[in-house]
Design a protein around this ligand. Structure first.
Ligand code: ADP
Ligand code: MG
Length: 234
C-alpha cells in the first residue's frame, strides 16, 4: 500500500507555547545536571554515588527530547547551496555505516544520477540519517538498506531508502510522523516529524510504502535545480 502521510505544517498556538516552554525548561535542567554531576563525584554517600549516573542518563534523555522538539519547531536558518545528491549520500553513508555495522546491517548505495538540487547540506543529511537510522532499527538480525533511484522527471527526481526490516501495519503507517509516536523503548518519536518538516521546506516530498514482515520503502522526491535561474540569482 502506498500512503502519503499528511504534512505536519499546522503548528498551532499550543505548539508555539510548547516550544517556548521547552526552551525555558532547558536552562534549569542544565543547572541540575551540573549539580548532580558534581555531587556524584564529590560525595561520600554510596546511594548518591550509585544513582547519580542514572539521574544523568535520564536528564540527557529529557534534553534530547527537547532538542529534537525544538529542531522540529524552529529549524536553524537554512544555508542554501547547489548540491550533488551523490556527494550527500556518500557522506551520509560514511556517517551512518558504523551504526549499521553495530546492527549487522549493510548499506548498499547505488549512484542516483546527476541531479543538482538546492538545499541546506546539513539539514538534508540530517533527514537522510533519520530515515536510514529508522531502517537500521527496524531490522532484527542481519539486513540491508538499499538506496537507489526510483524515477525522475524534468523537474524532480525520486530516490528510495529501502529496508528489509519488520515493516509497518496500516495503523502504524497512519501514525508515523505524529509527534512522540514511537514503538521503541528509547525512541523520541520526533525523527520522522523533523524529517517531514525539513523535506517540506526543501519543496520535497516523502512517501512511505510498507508491508509487515517484509520491509519499508521511503520515497524521497526533491526538485531539480534550474541551473540558469540559480546562476542568475547567485
Ligand atoms: P523514533 O525512531 O524515535 O521511534 P521516528 O519518528 O523516527 O521516532 O519513528 C517513529 C516510529 O515509526 C518508529 O518508532 C517505528 O515504529 C516507525 N518506523 C519508522 N521508520 C520505520 C521503518 N523503516 N520500518 C519500520 N518502522 C518504522
Ligand atoms: Mg527515528
Amino acid at each position: 500500500q502506498l500512503k502519503e502521510t499528511a504534512y505536519l505544517d499546522k503548528l498551532s498556538v499550543a505548539g508555539q507555547m510548547a516550544a517556548a516552554i521547552a526552551h525555558e525548561v532547558r536552562n534549569p535542567l542544565t543547572t541540575v545536571r551540573g549539580l548532580i554531576q558534581f555531587l556524584g563525584k564529590e560525595t561520600e554517600d554510596t546511594k548518591l554515588k550509585e544513582f547519580s549516573p542514572l539521574l544523568l542518563d535520564e536528564l540527557d534523555r529529557t534534553n534530547k527530547i527537547i532538542t529534537d522538539y525544538l529542531t522540529m519547531v524552529k529549524p536553524a536558518d537554512a544555508r542554501l547551496e547547489v548540491l550533488d545528491i551523490n556527494d550527500i549520500l556518500s557522506d551520509v553513508k560514511s556517517l551512518i555505516s558504523p551504526y549499521g555495522s553495530m546492527h549487522d546491517v549493510d548499506i548498499k548505495l547505488e549512484p542516483i544520477g546527476d541531479f543538482p538540487l538546492i538545499a541546506d547540506a546539513q539539514q538534508l543529511k540530517q533527514c537522510l540519517i533519520n530515515l536510514i537510522k529508522n531502517g537500521i532499527e527496524a531490522i532484527e538480525g542481519e539486513g540491508v538498506i538499499h538506496i537507489y533511484l526510483y524515477n525522475s522527471t524534468k523537474h524532480d527526481f525520486t530516490f528510495v531508502i529501502e529496508d528489509n526490516g519488520k515493516g509497518m501495519s496500516h495503523e502504524e503507517l497512519d501514525q508515523i510522523g505524529l509527534p512522540f509516536y514511537t514503538t521503541k523503548s528509547k525512541g523520541t518519536g520526533l525523527g520522522t516529524m523533523i524529517t517531514y518538516r525539513l523535506i517540506q521546506e526543501m519543496y520535497g516530498k516523502l512517501k512511505y510504502e510498507s508491508q509487515l514482515g517484509v520491509g519499508t520503502r521511503v520515497l524521497i522526491t526533491l526538485p531539480v535545480a534550474e541551473q540558469t535561474d540559480w546562476k542568475g540569482g547567485a
